[in-house]
Write a protein that binds this ligand. Sequence first.
Ligand SMILES: *Cc1c(COP(=O)(O)O)cnc(C)c1O
Length: 444
Amino acid sequence: MPVIDQRRVLKTEIPGPRSCALHDRKAAAVAAGVGSTLAVYVSEAGGGILRDVDGNQLIDFGSGIAVTSIGNAAPRVVEAVRDQVAAFTHSCFLVNPYESYVAVAELLNELTPGSGPKRTALFNSGAEAVENAVKIARSATGRQAVIAFEHAYHGRTNLTMALTAKNLPYKEGFGPFAGEVYRMPMAYPYRWPTGPDNCASEAFAQFTSQVHTQVGETNCAAVVVEPIQGEGGFIVPAPGFLANVAEWCRDHGIVFIADEVQTGFCRTGDWFASEHEGIQPDLIATAKGIAGGLPLAAVTGRADLMDSVHAGGLGGTFGGNPLSCVAAIASIETMREQDLAGRARSIEAVMRRRLEAMAATFDTIGDIRGRGAMMAIELVEAGTHNPAAERATRVSAACHQQGLMTLTAGTYGNVLRFLPPLVIGDDLLNEGLDILAAALAVQS
Ligand SMILES: *Cc1c(COP(=O)(O)O)cnc(C)c1O
């Protein structure tokens, strides 16, 4: 059980005076490029609640960007990390290995889709995992080109900035970017020019034709894709599109890399979102929800690809740190024991019903989409598909004022996305949705 009282509490304005004082210190000490969505300084968190330094308690619809799926400071994680920190904190797996790293690899090989032999390598961040997946694909195929999609987000390192679609804030002024990255259309049903019914087939036809004419299949090492696009606005590709791309990859000897950094670990109602699409990626990149909030990332995939890299070609000083590894083992046990994939599906059922009722009332909700506890609404000018980014910002700010932590997303900045911890109670979930409905009523 979470130790924090599972109640929303508003004691001061949001943010309160102590948070504001800390934020002044931040402005004087922290690089301005490092932003914060809401300047509420956290003192404790657990279950579906974030407590701040002024004693306010916010309902958490963000999970630190889909990280604390099993809840903040989850009991098993706390215990495992406490024991590990007292035993040893670091040896560097590349220097002196330890069991927990191997155990995490075994668990990931078992849990990820695909029945053949698999291997895993551990890293520190999602971007690092995606970048290493590309390294592995290039090394295994002897080819260079990498295909990414419109609306994609893969991280902030040089190669992953190149893979990421959106300029501001991720890329502006940071070029030149890594070469041999090509961007193809995404099957985005809500914005497909000829409508959602034609989306999967037309997008796939454009994809194959453009790769053929602009890149050449035999030059392609990998296709990198998020099974549900995260920062791009929780875009669920039109049904069948990903399966077609995966099959096409197989036909051309191209490595299919699923970036499950945001969708993985029960978030979408399965262990991995690829399962719902019926695809078995060659390589899967994971991070965010993997270790209950400790920094860890992984590439898991076909043994023949993973083992094709020369000895010493993969790794890093901190990758697979022992604290993160024991936290991942504890997190996976928690997800299994509490059936958090099932819990994500029931969160979807509650959210869908409530969001559909809101869409019936407010014609500024253009689209409701997502899967499991990864749901979003796309806000538009009434009666059109024109993105209403300012309204999304205002609705989100109004939710914050009432003690509901929400995040925005989307290429056009007009998507409100909801990522509650999977352990949130139905009462807090519904209270959060009440706050959202009230904010939409005022800001619509
Ligand atoms: C967050 C994210 C990343 C980058 O992960 P970091 O840990 O921030 O480097 C990559 N891909 C997807 C889909 C993400 O959501």
